[in-house]
Design a protein around this ligand. Sequence first.
Ligand SMILES: [Zn+2]
Length: 301
Amino acid sequence: MDSLPGLPDLHRHLDGSLRPATVKALASAHGLEIPEPLGFFAGMGLRAALACFDFTLALLQQPEEVRRVAAEICEDAQAEGVTSLEIRFAPQLHRGAPAPEIVDAAIDGVAGRAGLILCGLYGEPPTVLEGHVAVAASRPQVVGIDLAGGPGSGDDWSLADYQTAYQQAREMGLGRTVHAGEGRPAAEIRQAVELLHAQRIGHGVSLLDDPELVAQVCERGITIEACLSSNLQTGAISSLAAHPIAAWLERGVSVCINTDNTLFSRVDAVSEHRLALQLPGMDDVRLAQAIACGHAALFRR
Ligand SMILES: [Zn+2]
């Protein structure tokens, strides 16, 4: 495929997708030194990858900073040819204002160019995510909720404890995605599907370990949000060739290709779609299939 059609990007984190120039400007304004290297590298592991967000979040505490980055992400995605865009973030991590004000700042920055997904975090009290659902109720620009990060051994709350928030979202017609099976067993994906009624799964790399679940994912029309470079860097896959995207498409699973974090992974929507095309089992037809899946899986309210 010489030129790519309008692309989807449904899994792009606000706090991992700043422009390098904006990182510089905000770090300077805050008198902070930029850690070197700032970003993911192959084999670093999920924990170290998640720690990268500590620095960018320090730059994004105020509503104005959130507004700016949300706007820039929309401009960048548009320049990449993205025509279906969703941006996600966890408003509770931006403490310069109450969560509804942070969400409104993002809405303002996006200005109708993307849907917003509000993230709860693994291990966090479920009331936080339930609060996001309440914030979304009066804001149609918020199109979905997500559970992000990853489970920790000392967590007081498990995936099942977020059922109330997901049920409320479901009743409201709010989209539901979950980071699941990101280098963790397929049982986590199953829980996300069966307990949280997820319509999309972030990463889901272990899906094929459970053939019955694969059938269920196909039957329910659940879309897997694949993030190739990110998966390699966090160690969720051992090599790019080991990514199951081609096998998923072959089995009829709905799969889309996403950036996850353009800053940290040094990617954009074009580079990730081109990368997918290089994987064993991928060809123009399968790439077109993934692109169509992404557009179709956009959350609509
Ligand atoms: Zn993610």
